[in-house]
Write a protein that binds this ligand. Sequence first.
Ligand SMILES: Cc1cc2nc3c(=O)[nH]c(=O)nc-3n(C[C@H](O)[C@H](O)[C@H](O)COP(=O)(O)O)c2cc1C
Length: 354
Amino acid sequence: MKFGNICFSYQPPGETHKQVMDRFVRLGIASEEVGFDTYWTLEHHFTEFGLTGNLFVAAANLLGRTKTLNVGTMGVVIPTAHPVRQLEDVLLLDQMSKGRFNFGTVRGLYHKDFRVFGVDMEESRAITQNFYQMIMESLQTGTISSDSDYIQFPKVDVYPKVYSKNVPTCMTAESASTTEWLAIQGLPMVLSWIIGTNEKKAQMELYNEIATEYGHDISKIDHCMTYICSVDDDAQKAQDVCREFLKNWYDSYVNATNIFNDSNQTRGYDYHKGQWRDFVLQGHTNTNRRVDYSNGINPVGTPEQCIEIIQRDIDATGITNITCGFEANGTEDEIIASMRRFMTQVAPFLKEPK
Ligand SMILES: Cc1cc2nc3c(=O)[nH]c(=O)nc-3n(C[C@H](O)[C@H](O)[C@H](O)COP(=O)(O)O)c2cc1C
């Protein structure tokens, strides 16, 4: 079983960038102290929804400040940067940290990223698949070249060579298309925190069926489940502290992308638009109700309640790599206290899947 801490680097109303960045660093250091395996970072631009734009830079800082902690990017936005630049950064961090860097990626959802970095958002899926495949192959071969529709360059050696025999990688998958594509390659997925047990189970069934069909050993693929977490002996306190943070955070999410607007025609994001339409039908566009829904499917409550929720998902999916975000727990001290309660009162009691 593995445990991660995911830091969104969200700037809540009234906080300065300095406060957010100081906390981002201190939560990384505290993650090692309380025993997490990995500290995960997210890529966002031009919005208070997340203040960390370049995750390679952020990871380098945290790897330098820690000794045993793995540091991961849970969301390098693959199509918005040259694949060889990304690959070189991965290799450098793999070498300099002696294998403690984890390269997590996403396809991207935020229109400003695509506009500013000069990439057609409607091509995000095709470009992501092209760049990711190229990077993954190169981690094995040490060379890279491309003659694809999206980028062309001659064959070059990429340095430094890998430190790790298998550099750990993953990609967030929400839609069936991304799930299927990763399954064909036999590559690990990151599952969202805003879907319930049945959806996680269905996603894994789809993945496993296709991966097996393509000859992959599904018992060896290290998928990761993400959560929003608050552990407190007082369940109501856990719910209330999360509500305070999540109300703003979920609104910030909806404002950071334009794909939820009724008039938006961007192709390639049907899953996200459909999820939003379901939210509208269920009344979840009311932020308080969305937070109720979120609190209901995430480990927010007493240690026993948190164990029950996560164990149900472990049994349904077979995934034992668990990553929780704790920023919704109030002050920095309260956040670290909740992280500690998680690692002492929840994590040790989770069992391998039935
Ligand atoms: C756990 C998780 C982490 C994510 N991290 C990021 C991120 O750091 N940056 C970003 O632009 N998008 C992030 N996203 C959103 C993805 O870009 C995108 O919406 C999603 O993964 C695409 O799903 P699909 O390819 O299955 O359609 C994240 C989504 C989830 C569920």
